[in-house]
Design a protein. Structure first.
Length: 432
């Protein structure tokens, strides 16, 4: 994988991780806001509790922070904003928890504050604070995952003592009910630990996903290079080598006498090489494809040519037009080369969505299975050339001492189902 692809994959994984942390923060903020609303209903409305104004204002600030984090657009919840929120919200929250009994304005009775519900409800936010701190701790790349989990567990233990410390600071005693509640508070450490484990699994999934994406891109690039190399090899085989072979037949001693057809072949070979550098993605009119077939037949001396072209002004993709024209030329050359006594015939039907060309002769034929796989003839210059084009296909039928028929097809690719059908039909025809 190239450095550019690796950097792109890293950036993509980093963006996904930021989105994950943003979503987790929104969920935690929503949960914290719901707990605060529950406390408002239970302690303020139902029990008519009385608290110091600064303490109520502090919870109002918490509620506002939760609300903003839950509904703010992503562009506002940047990494810097989240980093500060993950620390400031827990600091404010734990301060309010430590001062909960001090903020109770009514006198206590029987060794307990007048409102016993205050720490039973507000301490539910401890899990939210710990999860925020866990997200902040997880941003440290230097610490291992085990160290991060240990830090979160230690913070959970410290936060569990907040109810007892707050009560002792105000009343200098620890009732049994509060002590048992402190033990329950230690279970809050489970939530941030589970959050970190979940985050780790999601990060692993992102990493695997990015590796597969990078491999797919590398495979696609390799396939594109292979197709380009094949096309260049076909070009050399069909035009350059053909021209050189024809020219070699006309060597006479120290001089070379080349007839006009061979000179024309050389000129077209050079033109084909020059055209190689052009952009093949330019669409070609159907009339151009039809003219290419007719001119190829005329140049190679084929007289039996039938071309049916509908809507000549309609265009087809450039690679498809080039593949059909080159495959027709190679099929005719093969016929003239291997069946010199049999006049080839060309029948073509061209429409905007489908092109079909058949080149056949009554020559000696051949056994396609006997052709070596590394030969650049019919397998590469005809079959593979057509298959490499989206929507292209080629079928060669031949019987020894009877005939050879080359059937070229290009159909406008519509969806994957059509492509699957095309591939299946080709395999079925090849097996028959």
């Amino acid at each position: 994988m190239s450095a550019t692809a690796a950097a792109s994959a890293g950036d993509s994984a980093e963006m996904k991780l930021r989105d994950l942390d943003r979503v987790l923060s929104r969920l935690l903020a929503t949960g914290g806001l719901m707990i605060l609303l529950m406390w408002l209903v239970i302690d303020v409305v139902v029990d008519d509790s009385e608290y110091a104004g600064w303490w109520v204002s502090g919870h109002g600030a918490l509620a506002a922070s939760f609300l903003v984090m839950a509904i703010a657009p992503p562009r506002l919840l940047t990494v810097r904003v989240l980093d500060h929120a993950w620390v400031l919200i827990p600091v404010l929250g734990i301060f309010l928890q430590l001062t909960a009994f001090i903020a109770e304005s009514r006198p206590r009775a029987s060794g307990l504050p007048a409102d016993y519900q205050i720490w039973q409800v507000t301490w539910m936010l401890t899990a939210v604070y710990l999860c925020f701190l866990a997200l902040r701790i997880a941003q440290s790349r230097a610490a291992s995952r085990s160290i991060q989990l240990i830090r979160v567990a230690l913070l959970g233990g410290a936060f569990a003592l907040a109810p007892a410390l707050g009560f002792w600071w105000e009343y200098r005693e620890l009732p049994l009910a509060l002590a048992s509640h402190t033990i329950v508070q230690f279970t809050n450490s489970v939530f941030p630990v589970l959050l970190l484990l979940f985050r780790t699994r999601v990060i692993s999934y992102f990493a695997v996903q990015e590796r597969w994406r990078a491999r797919a891109e590398a495979a696609s690039a390799a396939k594109a290079r292979l197709v380009e190399e094949r096309e260049l090899a076909r070009l050399a085989h069909d035009t350059v080598l053909g021209t050189l072979n024809s020219a070699a037949l006309w060597f006479r001693g120290d001089t070379v006498t080349l007839p006009a057809p061979v000179v024309e072949m050389a000129r077209e070979a050079l033109h084909a090489l020059d055209a190689r550098a052009d952009d093949e993605s330019t669409a070609q009119p159907l009339s151009t494809v039809a003219q290419t077939i007719v001119s190829t037949a005329a140049q190679l001396g084929v007289e039996d040519v039938v071309v049916d072209c509908d809507n000549r002004s309609t265009t087809v993709p450039g690679p498809a037009a080039s593949a059909v024209g080159d495959a027709v030329s190679e099929a005719v050359r093969n016929s003239l080369r291997h069946a010199p006594g049999a006049a080839p015939r060309i029948v073509a039907s061209l429409s905007p969505d489908r092109i079909e060309v058949t080149v056949e002769d009554d020559g000696p034929g051949f056994d396609l299975a006997a052709v070596p796989l590394d030969r650049m003839g019919v397998r590469e210059s005809i079959v593979r050339r057509m298959i490499d084009v989206p929507g292209g296909d080629a079928l060669i039928e031949s019987a020894p001492d009877r005939f050879t028929r080359v059937h070229l097809i290009w159909q406008h690719p519509i969806d994957v189902a059509d492509e699957h059908t095309r591939t299946s039909s080709r395999h079925a025809a090849g097996a028959s």
